[in-house]
Design a protein around this ligand. Structure first.
Ligand code: PGA
Length: 264
């Protein structure tokens, strides 16, 4: 696990965009796994800027989003399709036919087969080269809430009470927050060749410490990331503030700069 602690949100976002830029410039047909929420917003702004400045092209890139609310359609302003269009896809040179986000408006009877198709589409794209991940206040990754199986695949899930509460800030009334979602499973996420985990701010500090330094338990779904062989944890000082081995991570970061290659 490679832990990089940066000064603030802006620095995290810049570092994340650098990692993506390097990868896409090396492999133009990269398959990216994308996340929504507040955390990647600044990263997406950075990618838009880099694309405008011709430092990165998404012409041959494919993307798969982690999840989508179930029960709203893609034109809903809180749908993740709408979020991705307005924050990224409409402003870069990507072919939007190569952007995949689970459909949130299917009949419940169609969902299981559709989820299998989503998984198959990922495999046909050669798998996810780099998955961007955030963490929920309850430790979820994508919408894999506490108690989710570590072997879970893309499926219909119910949102936890805390997630509904956390996400109510985007809706006029908490009653409008969807109760269900279609989410990649933890098993799906762990198959990404590389993971870039982002967290920022004091309110993520305790859950970040549980995920990175606590026991691996399905009660903290993000704790399974300890088993991923190629994961970069990119966090700011505030999100890192409850880590017991804070100074160790900084020591290793210095060593990494000395040797000039990422140390996972
Ligand atoms: P946030 O959400 O980026 O809005 O904090 C992260 C998540 O719920 O995965």
């Amino acid at each position: 696990m490679r832990v990089i602690i940066k000064k603030d949100y802006k620095e995290i976002s810049q570092e994340a965009s650098r990692i993506i830029k390097n990868l896409v410039n090396k492999k133009s047909d990269t398959t990216l796994g994308l996340a929504t929420g507040s955390t990647p917003l600044e990263l997406y702004k950075e990618l838009v800027r880099l694309n405008k400045d011709k430092e990165i092209s998404f012409c041959n890139v494919k993307t798969f989003n982690l999840d989508e609310y179930y029960g709203i359609n893609s034109s809903h302003p809180q749908s993740y399709r709408y979020y991705m269009k307005t924050n990224l896809f409409d402003h870069i040179d990507i072919n939007q036919n190569n952007t995949f986000i689970p459909k949130g408006d299917l009949n419940v009877k169609e969902v299981a087969q559709y989820c299998q198709l989503y998984e198959k589409t990922i495999i046909e794209a050669g798998g996810i080269d780099l998955q961007i991940l955030g963490i929920g206040g309850d430790g979820h990754i994508a919408f894999n809430e506490p108690g989710s199986s570590f072997k879970s695949r893309t499926r219909l899930v119910a949102l936890d009470k805390q997630t509904i509460q956390d996400n109510s800030r985007f809706f006029t009334d908490i009653k409008e927050v969807p109760r269900f979602a279609i989410s990649m499973g933890i098993g799906t996420i762990l198959e990404a060749k590389e993971i870039l985990f982002l967290a920022t701010g004091k309110n993520k500090a305790e859950i970040v410490a549980k995920a990175l330094e606590g026991p691996i338990t399905s009660i903290v779904p993000a704790s399974i990331l300890q088993l991923h062989p190629k994961i970069t944890i990119l966090i700011d000082h505030q999100a890192a503030s409850c880590l017991k081995r804070y100074s160790h991570y900084q020591f290793i970061q210095e060593a990494e700069q000395e040797i000039g290659t990422p140390l996972f």
